[in-house]
Design a protein around this ligand. Structure first.
Ligand SMILES: *[C@@H]1O[C@H](CO)[C@@H](O)[C@H](O)[C@H]1NC(C)=O
Ligand SMILES: *[C@@H]1O[C@H](CO)[C@@H](O)[C@H](O)[C@H]1NC(C)=O
Length: 293
């Protein structure tokens, strides 16, 4: 009786969590508030409106702050950018569009890391934000999968002074190069967003810094002209949906199937033996249960 109960419980655990054992297509979301998401946030309150393009999808998971995979839903950064009120960002629209346009893509794992108000100097190698990004990326690979791209939207905080704006491009480029190196993926695709907002006149200097970076497998999408909330800084929910769609199209153009460039997504170097055994035991049990019933 007891062994049967044990087998039943094990089989149940196997059956209800099939996706957690599947390889995931991992995307790192980093930057400041417009990546974290402020769509629908007015007067420090999120309106709770989630457009159809940002609805949860069983094939889109999110690495929570405690490093477990959960069903992704807005606001994606709620437990990451905890000092602010979060709303809609580009991540869910991005993932839904990728899956809609490439139904064979497989399960997506989003790894939110963006923190509102942060300047590029706070993201340099060795900083706590940088270390957390690398730590979360490595944790995301624990169950297998590959890091497909870094999605980056940051720079508004660097438009406040000439010094910060002038040095922005060089610092950003170093950040991209360092992340690729520390994630052991020298050709990791990066999709960055050129600023839609910031303090005049240095916002143009920062944009020049962004547009001036020339790295392989780096693509820049432009948020300039997208609709802003009444604060004049943050993209509205609809603008975030548009941005997510543009980023998805840009990512899909980078995929080998459509374009043929040499890509080197990060293979998981994490030990998989424990997972492998669990999967194997589950398979054996399920097979035997099938014989019994
Ligand atoms: C936000 O606050 C301002 C000033 O208090 C007010 O005029 C406006 O109606 C508020 N907007 C919303 C959506 O609550
Ligand atoms: C981890 O976070 C997720 C999502 O916030 C939550 O559902 C889950 O209970 C947490 N797990 C632990 C072990 O704290």
């Amino acid at each position: 009786m007891l062994p049967l109960l044990f087998l039943g419980l094990l089989a149940h655990a196997c059956l209800v969590r099939p996706q957690q054992l599947q390889p995931k297509n991992i995307f790192i979301l980093a930057g400041q508030s417009n990546m974290a998401g402020r769509g629908g946030v007015v007067n420090n309150t999120w309106d709770g409106i989630v457009p159809s393009q940002c609805q949860p999808n069983p094939s889109i998971l999110r690495l929570s702050a405690n490093l477990t995979w959960v069903l992704a839903q807005e606001p994606l950064h709620a437990d990451i950018d905890t000092k602010m009120i979060t709303g809609v960002g580009p991540g869910m629209a991005f993932a839904n569009v990728v899956l809609a346009k490439d139904p064979t893509f497989g399960v997506i794992g989003l790894v939110p890391c963006a923190i509102g108000g942060t300047a590029i100097s706070q993201w340099g190698r060795g900083t706590s934000l940088y270390k957390r990004l690398v730590r979360r990326a490595q944790a995301a690979l624990q169950d297998g999968g590959t890091i497909q791209a870094l999605l980056w939207y940051q720079g508004e905080a660097d438009t406040v002074s000439k010094e910060a704006a002038d040095s922005y491009g060089a610092k950003l480029e170093s950040f991209f190069v360092d992340v690729r190196e520390d994630l052991k993926s020298p050709m990791l695709p990066i999709i960055q967003v050129a600023l839609a907002s910031g303090s005049v006149p240095f916002v143009d200097t920062v944009r020049e810094g962004q547009l001036g970076i020339d790295l392989l497998e780096l693509r820049t999408v432009d948020a300039k002209g997208l609709q802003l909330e009444s604060d004049g800084i943050h993209l509205t929910t609809q603008a975030q949906v548009q941005l997510g769609e543009i980023m998805a199209d840009t990512f899909l153009q980078l995929l080998p199937s459509t374009n043929g460039p040499i890509l080197s997504p990060i293979p998981s170097s994490a030990p998989r033996r424990a997972i492998g055994y669990v999967t194997w035991i589950c398979r054996v049990i399920i097979k035997h249960l099938n014989y019994l019933t």
